[in-house]
Design a protein around this ligand. Sequence first.
Ligand code: AQP
Length: 327
Amino acid sequence: KKIVYSGIQPSGSLTIGNYIGALKNFIELQDEYNCLYCIVDMHAITVAQEPKELRKNTLDVLALYLAAGLDPKKSIIYIQSHVPAHAELGWVLNTMTGLGQLQRMTQFKDKAKKYTDVQAGLLNYPVLMAADILLYQASYVPVGEDQRQHIEITRDLAQRFNSRYSETFTIPEILTPKVGARIMSLKDPSSKMSKSDSNKDAFILILDSEENTRKKIKRAVTDSSGEFRYSDEQAGLKNLINIHASFSGMSPEEIVKKYENLGYGEFKEDLGEVVVEGLRPLRERFKEIRDDKAYLESVYKEGAEKASYLANKTLRKVYKKVGFIPR
Ligand code: AQP
């Protein structure tokens, strides 16, 4: 079986962008592949985190993984900082990455603008991400469209290492959903929905209340044309249609057909219902799982053990090839 690898940062509460772009697809891949799903706390600290919040968010993401349907019997679920090999391979890859290439990354440029205090870790984020993926010889990485550049760097690094030394890493491919690979802000459809947006109406959290979910959808920007079309000129509406399609399984064309004579109001009303219904089972299960500390601990401990075994196999090869003397 081929290997699938992905992770989410516990840098806040997850949005439906994280759900549609990533988490939802993790579940579907579990039966066909050997999957590893990580909670990337080491990535989260590339911007300042409050330690107490980080601990809480890490367990929240773990409980969300499980509530969404990730099954520790099928997939390896673990916390990044529990497997030191990530930092170790990350260091080796850092010595092979061009500074210019990192400085050209869109995510780095966007985040560097947002924070006054920019640390080297933020610049090196894609290198650590490459280590995450390459350690496990992953063939596929299910992520949102915003991560495409980082997957490109990962492929570059794998190819560079393989040709400088010898065949070591599998070259991974990005896996994005057909619809919803880039969910946009509900307040500004030209920027992506992001959990760190200062405007809380711009995103819907997976754990938002049903009432807030409906309210935010009603307040989402559309446009004044009144026409119901799926087009780039109507980016706000297009984004809402994508959200609908992701939850309902209908195609954008089917949605347009259904609502073209009904108008935005009725569409938003139904969309609220579709999202609330889609998230309800997850929201209910989350509460139960999150309270079961012993269960969460058993999942991440077992996950770290299995992940470490695989990661160390790759790391040993890498250390040998670069010329480190084995202990
Ligand atoms: N708007 C989005 N649409 C589709 N997919 C998205 N993802 C994020 N935003 C969208 C995908 O979610 C996964 C986890 O993201 P992350 O937590 O690693 O970091 P991020 O991409 O930086 O997410 P945020 O919400 O924008 O966080 P902040 O505000 O902290 O920077 C990834 O697969 C990502 O593609």
